[in-house]
Design a protein around this ligand. Sequence first.
Ligand SMILES: Cc1cc2nc3c(=O)[nH]c(=O)nc-3n(C[C@H](O)[C@H](O)[C@H](O)COP(=O)(O)OP(=O)(O)OC[C@H]3O[C@@H](n4cnc5c(N)ncnc54)[C@H](O)[C@@H]3O)c2cc1C
Length: 465
Amino acid sequence: MHAALKLDVVIVGAGLAGIATAFRLSQAGHRVRVLDEHEMRERGRTAVHLPPNGARILVDWGFKGDLESRGHKIRYSMFRNMETGDMIGPQEWREDVMRELGSDYYFMHYHDLYTMLYDAAINAGARIHPNTRAVNVQTNPPRVTLSDRTILEADLIIGADGSQSLVKRVMCGEGDVKPEGHTLFTGIIPTNLMKDDAELARMAETNRQEWQFWPGTSRHTDGVLMRNGTEFALHIHYPNEETLSHETDGWNDEPWRGPRPKAGNTKLQRLIDLCPEMHAQKLFTREAPENWTDESGRLLLIGNAAHPVFPGWGYSCAIHLEDAEVLGTLLARISHASQLPTLLEGFQELREPHLRFIRDTSWPRFFETVMLPPGPERDARDAVLRRPHEGKTWDDSMLRRQFDTFVGAFGYNARDVAENWWTTWGRLLRQRSRGTLHGASGPMCSVPSFHVTMEEAVHVRASEL
Ligand SMILES: Cc1cc2nc3c(=O)[nH]c(=O)nc-3n(C[C@H](O)[C@H](O)[C@H](O)COP(=O)(O)OP(=O)(O)OC[C@H]3O[C@@H](n4cnc5c(N)ncnc54)[C@H](O)[C@@H]3O)c2cc1C
């Protein structure tokens, strides 16, 4: 669907949120420019989760073939004690439950997903500008100042510049930042290195639709095959007090040079030692901004800039695809400039409660499950995990329980929520814009009316970049 009013949109940040949004807004007919301070295509350290809510969006966007050829589908989570290596039990991701949720759970190399969306954004018409750093943003009219003093004018500026967002800082300050307590170590093992080790070789068999878990005491590890079984991605959450990790977060390029995490069991330790290199990043809890849009309704935060989540988390890719889908669906319907602030408010209204729900339920529940000291709570967890291992068959109530556990997060349908919102509010918006304003076409902010503070600043309409 093409919007009746075409907007000039500048997206600051070509991460997953920025690129996916550029794709959807370009598809809706808007003129989209994406700026990133880095050279971008070569990024990604590990596998990214594609739970059903993310995978469904990729299928809707036409990537079913890529998902199946590049993604690794999961049917079982295999739980082993991190200290001893002993099997606790497999959890099956039941086919009938996944069918009800509309998709399976996949993993894909972050780089493969990223380049797929990057190419799609360009094919849809977006222009992407690497090595282009934003140093300020302002509104009335909306504009971005670049480090070379160019001032880009647009109808809408989107801050997709990550958890340490400049756009967020300008809009509402940094907010509280606290260490979460763990460091995330990641490593990729070429599976041909695993094939000489009888115990590890089993995990490298490409037909195994398994996600390996090693829950431990205040730490845990998980691992999964990717790239048609040629690579095994390892993620280790390790307590800060037992490592000398970096003081900052982010997927930096430098490999980790300090001592590697200690597994406790020799099989997992061999896997850790097989990683040609590891990367480490400390986890921080960041306060989310209260408002994702400013008073002018021409500045919007999305992705980690709006709702920061931990890297490598199960939802940390799907929620950015959802942002892109909701915003793309809403902005495909814009017909008058006066509708923009309400549409942006609608975006936050549709996204924030859902994101709060998964942040407040899923992360604590996940940690409570995989990081338990020995004791009654761990015994109770292990008893539940052991049940299918001991030959108990699935009955209707077990299926129902699994569906209920998943449906809150995985059942969110980004396109439906946006379309439903439009059905409720769209007519009112159209009536209001017809009644109060005239001339629904052409650029929304035609003449720069602001004071130029930098003497040599060069003003450029974003679409001319
Ligand atoms: C280099 C890199 C590698 C990653 N690898 C993985 C991985 O292997 N596995 C995984 O699960 N997740 C990975 N992530 C994902 C990340 O953790 C996020 O969850 C995800 O990309 C969505 O976040 P985002 O788009 O909101 O922000 P980000 O991905 O952080 O992207 C923000 C972008 O904004 C740019 N930027 C910031 N400030 C400015 C500015 N002032 N001017 C211009 N540009 C600016 C940054 O260069 C960055 O490209 C990676 C991210 C990056 C940036």
